[in-house]
Ligand binder design. Structure first.
Ligand SMILES: [Zn+2]
Length: 255
């Protein structure tokens, strides 16, 4: 049977998400911003928590891990390169590792930049990716621990996933991201279409994710730093893509 997901808000603007395999009953929480909304989501779905898949060490992605593990005795999987900064870890993973969730196989992709050990989880058969704070819809995470070159390389890896991959990110920032993206590419038709879609979703009090990689790479300026039009728009014709990316990221930081 197909994978099921359940998306819910946590903290101020974090997302929590559950990934469920109906055949085996296995259920993973991708990150655990806080325990209570995850417990409420489990109640609502009737699913039993078997795994927590952590994308990076920030407290707004890990604060719920301890209490959830104590209650559900679930397995905690975390990025190898920053596992020392995350409590209650059972298994560490990195680039190219696979992990099993019931009948699903997930692949680990190193996506450093926001933090140095940040990872993303990709489930090819289910066409789902969980990208934490690396890629947001029409945006990307702040480059806190890494550098722009590293972050651009990570975004390229996510952009390279199949177009029909649906991705789940760590925060609901889409609306603000669209307002910024329009200052970079005011004439991007895919961006205008996404803006109209998001306005509808927001008016209906619905979440703006998941989005697909295919739609995203046409509209998200942070995935388009190697596009000549975009380089021209920020006055960096002929510059390496990572420098164009760095300029867009810097402008967003000041936006
Ligand atoms: Zn973070």
């Amino acid at each position: 049977m197909a994978a099921e997901t359940y998306l819910f808000p946590c903290l101020k603007d974090n997302f929590g998400v559950l990934l469920h395999d109906p055949d085996s009953g296995a259920t993973a929480a991708i990150d655990a911003p806080e325990a209570a909304p995850v417990e409420a989501a489990l109640q609502k779905t009737g699913w039993r928590l078997t795994d927590i898949l952590v994308t990076h060490h920030h407290a707004d992605h890990t604060a719920g891990v301890g209490p959830l593990k104590e209650r559900h005795k679930c397995r905690v999987v975390a990025p190898r390169n920053e596992a020392a900064r995350i409590a209650h870890v059972d298994e560490t993973v990195g680039e190219g590792d696979t992990l099993r969730l019931g009948s699903f196989e997930g692949r680990v992709i190193d996506t450093p930049g926001h933090t140095l050990g940040h990872i993303s989880y990709f489930f090819p058969a289910a066409k789902l990716a969980f990208v934490g704070d690396t890629l947001f819809s029409i945006g990307c995470g702040r480059v806190i621990e890494g550098n722009p070159q590293m972050m651009w390389h990570s975004l390229l890896k996510l952009r390279g996933l199949p177009d029909d991959t649906q991705f789940y990110c760590g925060h609901e920032y889409t609306d603000a991201n669209i307002r910024f993206a329009k200052t970079i590419e005011p004439n991007n038709k895919a961006l205008a279409a996404r803006a109209a879609e998001v306005a509808k979703l927001t008016a209906a009090h619905k979440f703006t994710i998941p989005a697909t990689i295919g739609a995203e790479k046409a509209a998200n300026p942070f995935l388009r730093a190697d596009n000549a039009e975009l380089a021209k728009a920020v006055g960096l014709i002929g510059s390496p893509a990572w420098q164009v990316f760095a300029e867009i990221r810097e402008r967003k930081n000041r936006f």
